[in-house]
Ligand binder design. Structure first.
Ligand SMILES: [Zn+2]
Ligand SMILES: [Zn+2]
Length: 145
């Protein structure tokens, strides 16, 4: 299998993934709706050493959300956030998998905060659906299946 690649919208920032994601999920919470400007957020959790930039540079801005510091790693030119990190997350990054070159490899292991989902969304029943936020250990266990 070749290592997945991706990058920002203007293609100045490019990355390669050299490991397997710990877990992938779709989050329907209202924070993810406003962050993504869309109906839900997609997240691919990776160990920090498993992703590296192959071109360009990421700018980082920090902000507080629900009392936690978030670091938004984005392209200074097009502004697109490629991944998020947080001192409270530990040595992981939360990749935004819509930035992958081939998004067909992305499939969520779970849907979370489904109680906030847009009413026209029907995710089916292939993967676990949580009405709120499950424990991170529970999510990680799904990724290991
Ligand atoms: Zn860019
Ligand atoms: Zn969310």
């Amino acid at each position: 299998m070749t290592s997945p690649t991706g990058g920002c919208h203007c293609r100045k920032v490019r990355y390669i993934i050299n490991g397997n994601p710990l877990v992938c999920y779709a989050c329907h919470c209202t924070d993810c709706q406003s962050f993504s400007g869309s109906a839900f957020g997609l997240s691919m959790i990776l160990q920090q050493p498993d992703i590296e930039l192959t071109s360009g540079m990421l700018s980082i801005n920090e902000y507080e959300l629900n009392g936690k510091t978030r670091q938004r790693h984005h392209c200074a030119d097009c502004g697109i956030a490629v991944w998020l990190s947080s001192p409270s997350f530990g040595p992981i990054v939360v990749l935004k998998p819509g930035t992958l070159d081939d998004t067909s490899s992305f499939k969520p292991d779970a849907h979370v905060w489904y109680r906030s989902a847009q009413p026209w969304i029907d995710v089916g029943s292939d993967v676990p659906v949580y009405q709120e936020q499950p424990e991170i250990s529970e999510l990680l266990a799904l990724g290991r299946r």
